[in-house]
Design a protein around this ligand. Structure first.
Ligand SMILES: [Zn+2]
Ligand SMILES: [Zn+2]
Length: 122
């Protein structure tokens, strides 16, 4: 969800920064009446919890880029550097990293794995 889209209808954070029609279609500036997509709940991983009202998934009703904070974006970048190069964000070893880093890493790794699974030829 943080990379360029493969299909033109999928929200692409690269496109919506400059394409006004895409901004309107993807709800960059206001939530849409019909959700863009459903995603598995990252807290319960589909089992159902209070965050997703027991459904196991959450509806995204606007551009993902427009609803994440700057801190979220930094956390994602830090996680991607770790996944790509193994560079830890804080001094020390694995056990010296804060819990918030591992929480973010868990989510980023799951999204990356799901993206990779889509790329496997059938
Ligand atoms: Zn957008
Ligand atoms: Zn849930």
């Amino acid at each position: 969800m943080f990379q360029a889209a493969r299909e033109p209808s999928f929200p692409s954070c690269t496109v919506c920064r400059t394409d006004l029609q895409a901004r309107e279609n993807w709800g960059c500036d206001a939530p849409l009446e019909v959700p863009l997509m459903d995603v598995e709940c990252v807290r319960c991983q589909g089992d159902g919890c209070e965050r997703c009202a027991g459904r196991g998934h959450v509806e995204i009703d606007r551009c993902p880029w427009s609803i994440v904070s700057h801190a979220d974006r930094v956390a994602v970048q830090v996680c991607l550097v770790f996944l790509e190069y193994g560079t830890l964000p804080f001094a020390g070893g694995l056990l010296d990293q804060p819990g918030a880093f591992w929480d973010a890493w868990h989510v980023v790794a799951r999204v990356r794995d799901a993206d990779r699974a889509k790329d496997v030829p059938k």
